[in-house]
Design a protein around this ligand. Structure first.
Ligand code: NAD
Length: 498
């Protein structure tokens, strides 16, 4: 299907910034190339936003917040949010194809992500209407105190390339539904669907300046967003080291931050588990999204009594996974986003050998030699002290370890700096809860793959993040909670100097 990639790439227009309701070039017409993960050819050129472009976008967003959007009635505002969801659904096929073309993610998976993205808008429109209410505190017969949620102002959203469209909508939907205006800085390696998002929002007819997209390099455009005085909050998803740098850079302006960072999540399989389902979940959890998945079960801990058989079956799966063209519906694993990332993942596989692992990899068909393909890979004989077990590889690579008992495996599971997700497989109900509660992570699944109801909190502990988004937890971040104290009687007031 190389032809299909080339035809689609040839049909792409160059991408511009979207500021104050208009598509515009970056200052000085700066651009960068957008490269296909499948062919490694340049597909189109992307406007490289400069600090002055961020300034234009932030000012437009502030004016919209102080103007029409800020004064709009709730029902009308949420009408726009529903309309965005409907338009995403209408363009599902095109968005899924663009995402697969741009990122190398298999199209069967991008289709699900796009459908989830439409739901994010509907969910937040529903939830703001039904659940964003304050509390009332009666204080004897002297006071009634109550809380209200007010939007914060201009929200700066900075997103990664691994599931770009879905992660963007995850932030845009609550930010807009709660009444903020937005400047989005999408990842430079995956700009196509962020541009389509701007076109969709333009079609939905939101007032100018409510939503702005400034493409660009993280250290330039992203940095200017983090430091801009009119931007009240930064919701960031990306690498842990970038997250700490952003917090340092935003400290002078006292930005409010939400940080969704890296992961190295354990999956623990006890000997009494439903092993067939655990095998399905282990395989899907690490090899879906090409392994470029923050919540991937990249560390697999198997009870020693079932390890031999489980590893044999996992190996069979690894050999059978369909590595292919991301635009082919049958493909399960596609090329990694960029050669730099591909080299990094390959270097971890080399490191695994040096550290003493036995490396078992599937095959990449010769037809795909131009792309950034890393075959599904297992690292056997891994140990917790190894770098390949401690560091996030962010590719289709699973480190496999064995354990004897519960205490030992909990200690191993917790012996990393990350704490994003964890998975426990056992048919002992008490042990399932016990281990899930003992693993230091923001999110745990028992006898389940990563299925998440949109109402639940999302986020990590330790170096995997700060704060929670998702469900009504997003309200704490995207709104200012004000308390209003009203005297309803004549309470005591000291009478100084009387
Ligand atoms: P990254 O940190 O390299 O980049 C993320 C975004 O930050 C990009 O838009 C980039 O341009 C921008 N950026 C980079 N430097 C910046 C700076 N100095 N100031 C402002 N912005 C800057 O991350 P990535 O490589 O795009 O994504 C992969 C990482 O994201 C992995 O670590 C993965 O685990 C993590 N991730 C976490 C979650 C989660 O919810 N916890 C979800 C998805 C991905």
């Amino acid at each position: 299907m190389a032809d299909q990639h080339e035809t689609l790439a040839a049909s792409l227009s160059d991408v511009r910034l979207y500021i104050d309701g208009r598509f515009t070039d970056a200052e000085g017409n700066a651009t960068f190339d957008n490269i296909s993960p499948y062919t490694n050819e340049t597909m189109n050129s992307i406007a490289a936003g400069q600090p002055s472009d961020i300034d234009r976008a932030a000012k437009a967003a502030k004016a919209a917040f102080l103007g029409k959007w800020g004064k709009m009635k709730l029902q009308e505002r949420l009408g726009y949010v529903y309309r965005i969801g409907d338009l995403i659904e209408q363009y599902t096929d095109e968005l899924s194809e663009l995402e697969a073309l741009d990122t190398g993610l298999p199209i069967s998976q991008t289709r699900k992500q796009v459908s989830r993205s439409a739901n994010n808008f509907r969910f937040y429109a529903d939830t703001v209407k039904s659940q964003m209410y304050g509390e009332a505190y009666q204080v004897d017969d002297e006071f009634i105190n109550y809380t209200v949620h007010s939007p914060v102002g201009v929200a700066g959203l900075i997103t990664p390339w691994n599931a770009p469209f879905m992660l963007e909508t995850w932030k845009i939907a609550p930010a807009l539904a709660t009444g903020n205006t937005v400047v989005l800085k999408p990842a430079e390696w995956s700009p196509l669907t962020a541009n389509r998002m701007a076109e969709i929002i333009d079609m939905a007819g939101l007032p100018d300046g409510v939503f702005n997209v400034v493409h660009g390099i993280g250290e330039v455009a992203g940095d200017a967003l983090v430091k801009h005085p009119d931007v009240e909050l930064i919701s960031f998803t990306g690498e842990t080291t970038t997250g700490s740098e952003i917090m340092r850079n935003g400290a002078d302006a006292l930005k409010r931050f939400s940080m969704e960072l890296g992961g190295k999540s354990p999956m623990i399989v006890f000997d009494d588990a439903d092993l067939d389902r655990a095998l399905d979940a282990a395989t899907w959890g690490i090899f879906s999204f090409n392994g470029e998945r923050c919540t991937a079960n990249s560390r697999l801990y198997l009870h020693e009594d079932i390890a031999g058989d489980f590893i044999m079956k996992l190996q069979r799966r690894v050999m059978n996974i369909k590595v292919g063209d991301p635009l082919d519906d049958a493909t399960q694993v596609g090329p990694l986003i960029r050669t730099e990332h591909f080299e990094r993942v390959k270097s971890y596989i080399e490191l695994a050998k040096e550290e003493g692992c036995e490396v078992i990899s599937g095959e990449v068909p010769k037809a795909f030699a131009r792309g950034n393909y890393v075959p599904p890979t297992m690292l056997l004989g891994a140990e917790n002290s190894m770098r390949v077990v401690q560091e996030e590889i962010f590719g289709p690579v699973i480190a496999v370890m064995t354990f004897k008992d519960e205490d030992e495996v909990i200690e191993q599971a917790n012996d990393v700096r990350y704490g994003l997700a964890g998975y426990v497989w056992t048919n002992d109900i008490k042990r399932g809860h016990r281990v899930a509660q003992a693993v230091d992570s923001g999110m745990l699944w028992v006898n389940a793959q990563n299925v998440r109801d949109l109402r639940t909190p999302f986020g990590g502990s330790k170096h995997s993040g700060i704060g929670r988004e998702g469900g009504f937890y997003a309200f704490e971040f995207y709104t200012e909670i004000k308390v209003i104290h009203v005297a309803v009687g004549d309470h005591h007031i000291p009478q100084f100097g009387r």
